[in-house]
Design a protein around this ligand. Structure first.
Ligand SMILES: *Cc1c(COP(=O)(O)O)cnc(C)c1O
Length: 397
C-alpha cells in the first residue's frame, strides 16, 4: 500500500492503512479467517515461496487482517514495521530469543513482568544466556552494569509494579556507544503516552491484552522496530516458534485501538484523582504514581510521557493480611491481574503477578507483602474511590 501522509495520532488510530473502498465500502475491516491462501498457478506458488512475488501463503507467515494491525501499531509507535503475536509473552520471547545467543548477556531494569523474569531464568538454565538487573538511575550505574557480552538492554518504564521510572534517552544514548539494542516493554503506557522509538530505543513490545485491546477480552502481543529486525523476527522466532495472532484477535485489537486516546485520557484523569485520595488516607503508607509531581523522577516523566498513566501502586500499613483484607472488602473493584480494562482491577503482586519471582528478588524490586497494584478503570471516579475507601477504612477498624 502507498505510504499515507502522517496524520494526528487520534486520526491514525482510527484510519491508518485501511481503505474501505477495496472492500465494498465495509466500514469495519474484514476478518480474513483463513489458514491458507490458494495460488493461481504452480509458478505463482514457487515465486511466493522464493520471495519474488508479494502475496500471502499461509496465515502463520502472514494474514491481511493481522497485517493491517501490524501496520497500524507501527505507525502509532512511529516505527517502520510491526509484528503481531498470540500473547505479550510470545512477543517478549520472540524478541529476546532473536536478539541473543548462548553466552550473551541481557541487562534488565530492576523490576520486570513476572513471566519475563521466568523466561530469562529459563534462557539462563537452558541456553546459557545470562541476565542481570540495574535500577538504571544514573549514567554511571548503567555503564557499570554493561558487560562485554551484553547484547540487549531490556526495560520496563514505569516499572511493574513499583512505578519506578527510567530515563529512556539516557539509556539509549549509552547503549548506542556500545552497539547494544534497547528493548522497551511499553505495555503500561501504550503508544499514546510514550513512544520509545522516538527517543532512540530499538524495539517496542506491547502486551496488547492491556490498553491496546482495552476491553479485557483478548490475549495478544505486538512489537515495533526497524524493517530489517522485524523481518528477521518474522522469519525466525515468529514463524518457527509460531506464537502468531489469530485474524479475529487482530480484528478485536483494531477495534479497541480506535478509542485508545479517549480511554487513556480518562484512565489518566481517574488515576490522578485516585492518587490524590490515596495519599491522604490514614491506612495508606506510600503511593507510587508516575504522575506524582513531588517524585524525584517526575522531570523524566514530563520529558518522555504524555501523562502519568492509569496504574497506581500503594502500600497499606501492616503486611499481607491487611493487604488481602482490603481486597476482600471490595465490591465494585475486581480482584484480578491484568490491567488497562474498562473495569478497575486490583491485585497483590507478591502473591499473584510476581509470586514466581523469588522473595530476595522481590525485595530488591520493592515488591513488599503490603503492596497493592491498582489498574484504574473507566468507571465514575467517585464510585471507584468510595469502594476503595470503604475497604481501606475496614482495616483501620
Ligand atoms: C501482561 C504483561 C505482559 C505479558 O503479556 P500477555 O499478553 O499476558 O502475555 C508483559 N509485560 C507487561 C508489562 C505486562 O503487563
Amino acid at each position: 500500500m502507498e505510504k499515507q501522509k502522517k496524520q494526528q495520532f487520534e486520526t491514525e488510530v482510527i484510519h491508518h492503512g485501511y481503505d474501505s473502498s477495496i472492500y465494498q465500502g465495509s466500514l469495519a475491516p474484514p476478518i480474513f479467517q483463513t489458514s491458507t491462501f490458494s495460488f493461481q498457478t504452480a509458478q505463482q506458488g514457487e515465486k511466493r515461496f522464493a520471495g519474488e512475488e508479494e502475496g500471502y501463503i499461509y496465515s502463520r507467515l502472514g494474514n491481511p487482517t493481522v497485517k493491517m494491525l501490524e501496520d497500524r501499531i507501527a505507525a502509532l509507535e512511529n516505527g517502520d514495521a510491526g509484528l503481531a503475536f498470540g500473547s505479550g509473552m510470545a512477543a517478549v520471547s520472540a524478541v529476546l530469543i532473536a536478539l541473543s545467543k548462548s553466552h550473551d548477556h541481557i541487562l534488565c531494569s530492576q523490576g520486570i513482568y513476572g513471566c519475563t523474569f521466568g523466561l530469562l531464568q529459563l534462557m539462563k538454565e537452558k541456553y546459557e544466556i545470562s541476565h542481570s538487573f540495574s535500577t538504571m538511575q544514573t549514567e554511571d550505574e548503567i555503564r557499570k552494569a554493561i558487560r562485554p557480552e551484553t547484547t540487549c538492554i531490556y526495560i520496563e518504564t514505569p516499572i511493574n509494579p513499583t512505578m519506578a521510572i527510567i530515563d529512556l534517552e539516557m539509556v539509549s544514548s549509552i547503549a548506542k556507544e556500545h552497539n547494544i539494542k534497547v528493548v522497551v516493554d511499553n505495555t503500561f503506557c501504550s503508544p499514546y503516552l510514550q513512544k520509545p522509538l522516538n527517543i532512540g530505543c530499538d524495539i517496542v513490545i506491547h502486551s496488547a491484552t492491556k490498553y491496546i485491546g482495552g476491553h479485557g477480552d483478548v490475549i495478544a502481543g505486538l512489537i515495533v522496530g526497524n524493517k530489517e529486525t522485524m523481518k528477521e523476527i518474522a522469519m525466525t522466532t515468529l514463524k518457527d516458534i509460531g506464537g502468531v495472532m489469530s485474524p479475529f484477535d487482530a480484528w478485536l485489537l483494531i477495534r479497541g485501538l480506535k478509542t485508545l486516546h479517549v480511554r487513556m485520557d480518562r484512565h489518566c484523569d481517574n488515576a490522578m484523582y485516585m492518587f490524590e485520595q490515596l495519599k491522604s488516607h490514614p491506612v495508606v503508607e506510600k503511593v507510587f504514581y508516575p504522575g506524582d509531581k513531588d517524585s524525584s523522577t517526575y522531570p523524566i516523566v514530563e520529558k518522555q510521557m504524555k501523562s502519568g498513566g492509569g496504574l497506581i501502586s500503594f502500600t497499606v500499613k501492616g503486611g499481607k493480611e491487611e493487604a488481602q483484607k482490603v481486597l476482600n472488602e471490595l465490591k465494585l473493584i475486581k480482584i484480578a491481574v491484568s490491567l488497562g480494562d474498562a473495569e478497575t482491577l486490583i491485585q497483590h503482586p507478591a502473591t499473584m503477578t510476581h509470586a514466581v519471582v523469588p522473595k530476595e528478588n522481590r525485595d530488591q524490586m520493592g515488591i513488599t507483602e503490603s503492596l497493592l497494584r491498582l489498574s484504574v478503570g473507566l468507571e465514575g471516579k467517585e464510585d471507584i474511590w468510595s469502594d476503595l475507601k470503604q475497604a481501606l477504612d475496614a482495616i483501620n477498624s
